[in-house]
Design a protein around this ligand. Structure first.
Ligand SMILES: C[S@@+](CC[C@H](N)C(=O)[O-])C[C@H]1O[C@@H](n2cnc3c(N)ncnc32)[C@H](O)[C@@H]1O
Length: 277
């Protein structure tokens, strides 16, 4: 089968799974049906000019729903209701996809790594709206198992996979392989750059989501970016609806060799930051 036909048949199979799920399910907040939630996401998609198809949004919702089901057993999110999660997890992750598309087309077959993915944010929504091959990484085994269950259930297993490892160690298995590295709610920007450097190809991009980085965090990020061979190419800002707050996605490009040997030992990036040298 040609790659296009394989990809079309994969899309059809994940579409029918998501549709059969939508028909039956009532989401965790008993006053809101899955159909209502999909409508909310479609409205948000329009409001932020995201341009994703209904099928893609359905997949994004399917992930959120599976994540909330699993959250009853393992701690994946502290955001209690599905409508809040829709904004703070799904929309927030889709904003990454919107920004990434400006640098690497979502319909390309780029390789992406989501560092410290937790319940799969932003990596799984990113996979749902792209053709990317996505590696999700987390140091907590239960979260990794949950993510692998989600992508199997969503029909994305052949191009999305979660691995259980620390960022400081996973590079020994994979090498410098990725076009894109993402992270949300993992660490300060300087630490994220330190973690990500061994994974991204020359010319590749880092996309880091922050609530509101202060001037010191940006100063430290600039210092470490220079040491590690990156430049900050953009800082995209968004206001989430209903006063859910400010979001910034910082975009960096790998332009030269790192001046220090990375990765460093476990915990070094946080405990002995390059920005303080
Ligand atoms: C606050 S959670 C954020 C999860 C997700 N990115 C989100 O935005 O919802 C940070 C995650 O990073 C993982 N993590 C922290 N340090 C890590 C490391 N050194 N290597 C791999 N994962 C790590 C944690 O286990 C946790 O799941």
């Amino acid at each position: 089968m040609s790659t296009d036909l394989q990809s079309q048949s994969r899309t059809e199979s994940s579409h029918s799974k998501a549709l059969s799920w939508l028909k039956n399910e009532i989401v965790s907040d008993s006053s809101v049906t899955a159909k209502d939630t999909l409508r909310m996401l479609e409205n948000l998609s329009e409001q932020y000019s995201l341009g994703f198809s209904q099928h893609q949004l359905l997949l994004v919702m399917h992930h959120l729903y599976l994540m909330y089901q699993k959250n009853a057993f393992i701690n994946l999110t502290s955001i209690r209701t599905m409508p809040d999660g829709l904004i703070l997890h799904s929309l927030d992750s889709l904003l990454f996809a919107k920004v990434i598309d400006e640098y690497i087309a979502l319909d390309s077959y780029a390789l992406a790594l989501d560092m410290g993915t937790g319940g799969g944010f932003p990596g799984i929504p990113l996979a749902a709206v792209s053709n990317f091959n996505v590696e999700l990484l987390d140091s907590v085994g239960k979260k990794v198992n949950a993510c692998n269950e989600f992508v199997e259930e969503m029909g994305l297993k052949d191009r999305v996979h979660a691995s259980h490892a620390r960022l400081e160690e996973f590079v020994k298995e994979t090498g410098r392989a990725f076009d894109i590295v993402t992270a949300r709610a993992l660490a300060k920007l300087d630490v994220l750059i330190d973690y990500a450097e061994p994974y991204v190809k020359r010319g590749g991009y880092l996309f880091f989501g922050k609530a509101n980085p202060d001037a010191q965090e940006i100063r430290d990020a600039k210092i470490v970016a220079k040491i590690c061979g990156f430049e900050i190419v953009s800082r995209e800002t968004f206001e989430l609806p209903d006063n859910f707050g400010h979001r910034e996605i910082v975009v960096l490009q790998k332009i030269s060799k790192s001046k220090v040997r990375l990765p460093r030992k476990n915990g070094e990036a946080k405990n002995n930051p390059l920005s303080a040298r």
